[in-house]
Write a protein that binds this ligand. Structure first.
Ligand code: FES
Length: 569
């Protein structure tokens, strides 16, 4: 049975279907397409090149390679643009626009005539947005990532964005290096096309897409500039064509089991905290829910096997050379659901039964010699985080896992930047820095959870402190940092009750974060805050119109992926 509808798919409504198709075909002819090509099945290619997205610099050649694969497999490629999100070019934060990109992509897949689609993304929020869109649009889809950057060099040392950006900036703040050197390093951190060179959010999400089954096996870690990346692009085009005759819809690929496999891989990779938010958003589109308790079970059972920055030593190019996602999955095969399937229709168990050529053991450890016996991330709960918070234990200082400290509170981002380096700030190394009003509703949940060490302490040699917020943290950052506190302050979460000088107890062994203030006093403070709020939400006046107003009305908390309430499945 022929399944493709090509240009007759979803006709524009003029009240005469034959005329609609006639008009569409004649307009398509104006693009120089022959009538034989017009009769072919159509593969849409979502292109996200942008002058504001360095990570997608190689988009033109990726689009060309996907098109080549589509044509060679007998279908017609049609490239279409969607918005693109370049992490460092967006204000106030790219996170606010992930859902806009997901809506744009879903609507353009649904509204335009395509039998299958290849989605090309890479930078942090783009792959999550495209996978959310694919899950909701229900059209056969293949995710292709732009691939990670290769490393640069500085005085004999390898550098990769963006862990080394933070490391050298920290040295500059601590006056360990001069202005001249930091300026020199600026041009050596991000030297090729592609996404950040470490196991940050973009790399974690590329690996998530592969283990979910939405990207081709073996494709996640191929460097952006490697010839194999173009071969993967060509094969993604071919696979999309095959999905037209033998459709496998995203909801057959993204299932409870494949989502659990993805959470497990994130643990083994010691992946980004942001990936938890994005994976919850993708899963939520199909009604799949992951509880903090299940997350912790998975984390406690799954060793960290991958030695990459920001936690370890290697870069993504090393990960690819060492065997990539396939090598890690073989090590944790006994923990995986093996009956999930990918876009090629192959079951995970069958894929992993194939022998692997070689594994670089300096980067991908065997399960009996892990980097850490437990996973990189844990969910916390407590009286200031009843719906959960996230802690990246793999990137934290172990001596700070069980502490009680005095809270030094910042009321928002502006307060933080105004006072953090004030020499008069009353702060000691064993205090706990608290940032409020940086959650999804208050501020679009920026990557502000990596609060800088106050200058007077960093100059005195303090490298890490406990830091707590309702914000996120860059996947390339590190430190003893509690994030994603939910519910956030702006929706009246009990985190808002924390005051300067209070004691906070963090226990990673118990997976708790508690404000040591008695229940009655806490309730008194919360009532006082509630009575002082005249309107919900914390966003400023400019956020009262357009997309930002929609965002403010509809965004959910971190455990639900910060998706919009009306987009979840
Ligand atoms: Fe795009 Fe890091 S800035 S992946």
């Amino acid at each position: 049975m022929r399944r493709s509808k090509g240009f007759s798919n979803g006709l524009t409504n003029y009240g005469d279907a034959d005329f609609s198709l006639y008009l569409r075909r004649s307009f398509a002819r104006s693009m120089g397409l022959s009538s034989s090509l017009l009769a072919k099945p159509i593969v849409g290619i979502a292109a996200t090149g942008s002058g504001f997205n360095n990570c997608h610099r190689a988009m033109p050649e990726l689009v060309e390679a996907v098109s080549r694969g589509v044509l060679a497999a007998g279908a017609l490629p049609r490239v279409f643009p969607t918005i693109s999100l370049g992490e460092v070019f967006l204000n106030p934060t790219s996170m606010m626009y992930r859902n806009l990109m997901a809506m744009d992509t879903e609507e353009m897949i649904s509204a335009q005539p395509m039998d299958a689609v290849v989605l090309i993304g890479g930078c942090d929020k783009t792959v999550p947005a495209q996978l959310m869109a694919a899950a909701s649009a229900g059209v056969p889809a293949v995710q292709l990532v732009t691939g990670p950057m290769s490393t640069g060099r500085h005085r004999g040392e390898r550098l990769g964005a963006c862990t080394d950006c933070r490391r050298f900036w920290g040295k500059y703040r601590a006056k360990e290096i001069e202005k001249e050197e930091i300026d020199l390093i600026e041009g050596r951190l991000a030297t090729t096309a592609g996404t950040c060179a470490v196991m940050g959010t973009a790399s974690t999400m590329a690996c998530v897409s592969e283990v979910l089954g939405m990207s081709l096996p073996g494709s996640a870690a191929i460097p952006a500039v490697h010839a194999d990346r173009l071969v993967a692009a060509e094969m993604s085009g071919k696979t999309a064509v095959e999905l037209i005759e033998k459709p496998i819809k995203p909801d057959e690929i993204i299932t409870q089991k494949s989502v659990e496999n993805a959470f497990r891989l994130i643990m083994a990779l010691s992946g980004s905290t942001n990936a938890l938010v994005h994976l919850n958003a993708i899963a939520g589109r199909l009604g799949i829910v992951m509880t903090p308790e299940r997350l912790n079970e998975i984390s406690d059972e799954t060793p960290v096997l991958v030695d990459l920055k920001p936690v370890g030593t290697g870069y993504m190019e090393d990960f690819y050379a060492a065997g990539g996602v396939g090598a890690v999955l073989r090590e944790i095969k006994h923990l995986l659901h093996l009956d999930t399937k990918d876009v090629t229709g192959v079951k995970l168990g069958d894929r992993l039964a194939e022998p692997i050529e070689w594994v670089g053991r300096d980067i991908i450890r065997p399960v009996n010699n892990p980097v850490s016996p437990v996973g990189g991330l844990v969910a916390l709960r407590g009286n200031i985080a009843p719906d959960s918070a996230i802690f990246k234990r793999a990137a934290a200082t172990e001596e700070l896992f069980e502490v009680t400290g005095r809270a030094v509170v910042f009321d928002g981002l502006e307060d933080l930047s105004n006072r953090i380096d004030d020499p008069a700030l009353d702060v000691k190394a064993d205090d706990i820095l608290v940032l409020k009003n940086a959650g999804p509703v208050a501020a679009g949940m920026p990557e502000a959870g990596y609060l800088p060490i106050p200058k007077k302490l960093s100059e005195a040699g303090v490298k890490d402190m406990v830091r707590i917020s309702d914000a996120r943290m860059s996947g390339t950052a590190f430190g003893t940092i509690v994030l994603h506190i939910a519910p956030e302050v702006a929706v009246g979460g009990p985190f808002s009750a924390v005051e300067n000088g209070d004691l906070i107890k963090l226990s990673i062994a118990e997976k708790t974060i508690e404000l040591l203030v008695d229940e009655t006093e806490m309730q008194r403070r919360l009532n006082e805050i509630k009575n002082s709020i005249t309107e919900p939400g914390g966003l400023d006046a400019p956020y009262r119109r357009g997309y930002k107003a929609l965002y403010r009305r509809s965004v959910l908390q971190a455990p639900l992926g910060c998706d919009f309430d009306f987009l979840r499945g």
